[in-house]
Design a protein around this ligand. Structure first.
Ligand SMILES: NC(=O)C1=CN([C@@H]2O[C@H](COP(=O)(O)OP(=O)(O)OC[C@H]3O[C@@H](n4cnc5c(N)ncnc54)[C@H](OP(=O)(O)O)[C@@H]3O)[C@@H](O)[C@H]2O)C=CC1
Ligand SMILES: O=C(O)C1=N[C@H](C(=O)O)C[C@H](O)C1
Length: 269
């Protein structure tokens, strides 16, 4: 069988470049397209050269339609608006769409669900094995402890991150809420400031730190009088996310239309 052809969107970005490097090292897939934002100074350049290395023959384009039309998978770590547009294009091409983009709003998620009627979409706010294992642990611990244990999710990321709380923090909050038989919307407390009043029993709080080059750190804190449990994931290399995304692109090749996540890919559910 021929190796699946992959299009990477947002190729000049932190995740885009990491994906291109790992696809170059893989013998299971091939890069067939590199997409950037219209107006980017990478457009029209050889991708390898733009990344500071040898020419690859892949020219960076803003014409996503033409490259996605010949791809088996699109791997997408960009922005919510771009991701919604790519979901429609991938659906038209019946290509697997792997979405790592975070900060998606309810309208974006509805558009993604519509696209998933035509092709498989695999979306996760965190594609690492460690975080996806942590989701299960968080659900279990939350289910085992009563509401006298306060749950707080604290995350830290690099100074360039534009959304908060992180997609991972929200997934961890959802897992904790699920463990308590509720939805996150019911229990979530947004970032605190000012005279907030005392903590509401059973709520789930979030706090975000931004600075330097932190790749991604997440703590789920369970705090009770006299003791605390802290579940922690530390990412020190973006390759963990890219490897998960590549695995998802291959996993999706024989799947029908629908929405999937990394728990499905990793067989963790
Ligand atoms: N699920 C996961 O495991 C992970 C998710 N992420 C998420 O992935 C996203 C990207 O992160 P990161 O790589 O750090 O961000 P970057 O800003 O480094 O990369 C995003 C790239 O997308 C490009 N882009 C923006 N709009 C378009 C468009 N319309 N068409 C094509 N390309 C476009 C940007 O171009 P330009 O800069 O020129 O605007 C940029 O190159 C974020 O939402 C982040 O939270 C990150 C890591 C792991
Ligand atoms: O923007 C990032 O960098 C990351 N984003 C994802 C998130 O929002 O959780 C995943 C990871 O933490 C890195």
């Amino acid at each position: 069988m021929e190796k699946p052809g992959i299009v990477v969107t947002g190729v000049s970005g932190r995740m885009g470049q990491m994906l291109v490097r790992l696809i170059g090292e893989s013998d299971k897939m091939q890069l067939v397209g590199a997409v950037e934002r219209p107006g980017s100074d990478w457009i029209g350049r050889d991708l390898g050269e733009a990344m500071g290395g040898q020419p690859t023959g892949v020219i960076v384009t803003d014409d996503a339609v033409s490259v996605i039309a010949k791809a088996q998978a699109v791997i997408d770590f960009t922005t919510p608006a771009a991701t919604v547009a790519f979901a429609e294009l991938a659906a038209q091409a019946r290509a697997v769409h792997v979405i790592g983009t975070t900060g998606l709003r309810p309208d974006d998620l509805s558009a993604i669900s519509r696209a998933a009627r035509h092709a498989p979409i695999i979306r996760a706010g965190n594609m690492s094995l460690g975080v996806n294992l942590l989701l299960g642990l968080t659900r279990k611990v939350a289910a085992a402890l009563g509401t006298d244990w306060d749950i707080e999710v604290v995350e830290a990321h690099h100074r360039h991150k534009v959304d908060a709380p992180s997609g991972t923090a929200l997934m961890l909050g959802e897992a904790a809420a699920e463990g308590r038989g509720a939805t996150l919307d019911e229990l979530r407390v947004p970032a605190r400031e000012g005279m907030t009043g005392a903590r509401k029993e059973g709520s789930i709080g979030f706090a975000a730190i931004r600075g330097g080059d932190v790749v991604g750190e997440h703590d789920v804190i369970f705090a009770a009088p006299g003791e605390r449990i802290v579940l922690r994931h530390l990412a020190t290399d973006r390759a963990i996310f890219a490897r998960g995304a590549l695995r998802a692109a291959l996993w999706g090749q024989d799947k029908g239309p629908g929405e999937y996540d990394m728990m499905d890919v990793l067989g963790l559910d």
